[in-house]
Write a protein that binds this ligand. Structure first.
Ligand SMILES: Nc1ncnc2c1ncn2[C@@H]1O[C@H](COP(=O)(O)OP(=O)(O)OP(=O)(O)O)[C@@H](O)[C@H]1O
Ligand SMILES: [Mg+2]
Length: 272
């Protein structure tokens, strides 16, 4: 396999200055995704902008997770899945067969709906990938553990039990640990698939605040079934229906004055 080196795009030094013309993180061009003969995601063209939160909404089965999993090629783990079109990231088409997917998944991290900590200590959950990447100094690892747990709003709850099993954490804490683990890998883009569907309202509020804090440094794409959540935290919202991208616009526009009747019906709860 040819290893494609993906250089990190320059982070924006001061995203506030550029909010109106935020740079494009991902250019998706005519991308379709199939399971066997079934086309689950149909000819999607859209741009995802750097340092923004992009929400994907739509009824169950419309293709949101499929779309998300394709961005970092987790979809490759499903033998029947295939895709065509392009996802351009820093000048590279991420759908190319010869992409180094291990490196890609470091650049584009993902947090799943169901928390999936490793059956190891809290500390090791965060350091596992770092050690794999060759970081060995204890002080460096300690600092990254603290920093990522703080960013994930979990530090205060776990600082006295870092060497306990992550599996003893509550579901909400496990999910924040998974977010901390993703942050520790310093990705450029974070994909979140319904990250708070298993959380209580307090943990959910923490995760939402976390997402808002993270967008200063990261580009975030989040799937959510919670319309209020999408409205609260996202800059752009994409509405999917049966694999089609029906409407994609500023979140405020989608939730107050969408162009399409189907979008209006969905956000007002008339179906889905
Ligand atoms: N591994 C698979 N094999 C075959 N079909 C699949 C597979 N995974 C998903 N699908 C189908 O692809 C379509 C899109 O599924 P996907 O999981 O992307 O939907 P979703 O929008 O994430 O739904 P939900 O909101 O319920 O999570 C569905 O019709 C689903 O049944
Ligand atoms: Mg899904």
């Amino acid at each position: 396999m040819t290893a494609i080196t993906i250089e990190k795009p320059n982070r924006l030094e001061n995203s506030d200055v550029l909010t109106n013309k935020a740079e494009v993180a991902l250019h998706i061009n005519n991308m379709s995704i199939y399971y066997g003969e079934t086309k689950a995601v149909k000819n999607i063209t859209m741009e995802i902008r750097q340092n923004e939160v992009t929400a994907l909404i739509g009824p169950s089965g419309c293709g949101k997770s499929t779309f998300l999993k394709t961005i970092n090629r987790m979809i490759d783990l499903i033998p029947t899945a295939r895709y065509d079109g392009e996802i351009m990231y820093d000048g590279i088409n991420l759908l190319r067969k010869d992409i180094n997917v291990v490196q890609l998944r470091k650049e584009i991290g993902m947090v799943f709906q169901k928390p999936n900590p490793f059956p190891k200590s809290i500390y090791e959950n965060i350091t596992h990938g770092l050690k794999f990447a060759g970081i060995r100094k204890k002080q460096v690892l300690d600092d990254i553990v603290e920093d990522s747990l703080r960013k994930a709003a979990l530090w205060d709850e776990v600082k006295t039990r870092l060497y306990d099993s992550a599996l003893n954490l509550s579901g909400g804490q496990q999910q924040r640990l998974c977010i901390a683990r993703t942050i520790a890998g310093k990705p450029n883009i974070i994909l979140l698939d319904e990250p708070s569907s298993a959380l209580d309202p307090i943990s959910n509020a923490k995760v939402e605040q976390l997402i808002l804090d993270l967008k200063k440094d990261y580009t975030i794409v989040i799937v959510t079934h919670n319309m209020q959540q999408a409205a609260r935290i996202s800059d752009k919202t994409a509405f999917f229906l049966n694999g089609d991208l029906v409407e994609y616009d500023h979140t405020e526009k989608i939730f107050t004055n969408p162009d399409k009747k189907q979008t209006e019906e969905y956000i007002s709860g008339r179906f889905g």
